[in-house]
Design a protein around this ligand. Structure first.
Ligand code: BDR
Ligand code: CA
Length: 320
């Protein structure tokens, strides 16, 4: 059983990442850290609490994280994020549950630091699927955690264009300075970027399978996915129908690395000019590679999507 911390900007595919983690018998979700990106920290944390209630796991603690990028004093949602995730983060579909639990008083950064210190790197994986701000701040505040932390992140792109600028992927673009520190810190990182997440698609037909469970949870998921698929097909017409399962792939690859093939490459993040937010091999480390950063470049898409559907449908059938 692998212990997981999800660092979410919840978010449609963050919702699916949470669903997949809870539906996976080989995962134990020990807590959620809230970051910003698709929505504010406040909205994301409220979504996390309501979703945990809906999914029958209100016992899982939620920790609010830093609510703005390290390069600014405040945060406002990018128009592109609002377009993809709606005003409320779930495609303007209401979560059919009211949270009874509240967020913890401890900060997300302190929670991550304490957990990485307390648990063996073999047992715990931290999965950021939004801005890198919390995880970078944790490694900076507690340098002793750098050698212990295992991170599987959704973010970046090495071989594909960006999805918010020609060079930048959305999560990295939220806080390129924090992502730059994260990749420079020397922690063990697997980057699940657009190279692989654009290969894993969920179609309208597959999305409707949740509704067919006859549960309120299933209806919510199908409605939310319909929104996400429509906007994805409109914004990024690739010819392959469906939406990208960005964040759930990071969870699945953390639990089962055989789903991906990786390339060892120290990454740097450009922070200036038109290339701001670009993830690219670090020339300063090309002759002295650390071997600590792996970039996923191939994925067994069919095996992942089948597993995603199988696990999440079985879980949703047990939900209200
Ligand atoms: C990433 O950006 C966010 O919009 C998604 O939730 C995902 O984490 C994809 O680029
Ligand atoms: Ca996300």
């Amino acid at each position: 059983m692998t212990k997981l911390i999800l660092d979410l900007d919840t978010g449609i595919d963050d919702t699916l990442a949470l669903l997949y983690a809870l539906a996976s018998p080989d995962a134990e979700l020990i807590g959620i850290a809230g970051t910003f990106g698709n929505v504010s920290v406040e909205t994301g944390v409220a979504n996390d609490l309501a979703l945990l209630e809906l999914f029958g796991r209100p016992d899982i603690p939620v920790f609010a994280g830093i609510d703005h990028p390290s390069w600014a004093d405040s945060f406002s949602v990018m128009p592109e994020s609002r377009r993809f995730h709606g005003r409320n983060g779930t495609g303007d579909v209401e979560i059919p549950a009211r949270a009874r639990a509240q967020a913890q008083t401890q900060s997300a950064v302190d929670f991550i630091v304490d957990a990485v210190r307390a648990m063996s790197p073999e047992d715990l994986i931290v999965i950021p699927t939004g801005a890198s701000t919390n995880i970078a701040a944790a490694l900076e505040a507690a340098p002793d955690t750098v050698g212990r932390a295992r991170i599987v992140m959704m973010g970046g792109s090495l071989t594909q264009p960006g999805n918010v600028t020609p060079f930048a992927e959305a999560n990295i673009m939220q806080d390129p300075e924090a992502s730059s520190k994260l990749f420079a810190a020397g922690a063990q990182i697997t980057m699940i970027g657009l190279d692989v997440t654009t290969q894993v698609k969920l179609s309208h037909e597959q999305a409707e399978a949740y509704r067919a469970t006859g549960t309120a949870t299933g209806t919510f998921l199908s409605d939310m996915l319909a929104y996400y698929i429509d906007v994805t097909e409109e914004a990024h017409p690739t010819g392959v129908p469906g939406c990208n399962l960005h964040d759930p792939l990071a969870v699945a690859a953390a639990l089962d690395p055989s789903l991906i093939d990786t390339f060892s490459c120290d990454i740097m993040v450009e922070t200036e000019g038109a290339g701001r937010g670009r993830t690219i091999g670090d020339p300063a480390r090309v002759t002295c590679p650390s071997g600590r950063t792996q970039v996923a470049l191939a994925v067994d898409a069919q095996r992942f999507v089948e597993r995603f559907m199988e696990r999440t449908l079985a879980f949703v059938r047990r939900c209200p």
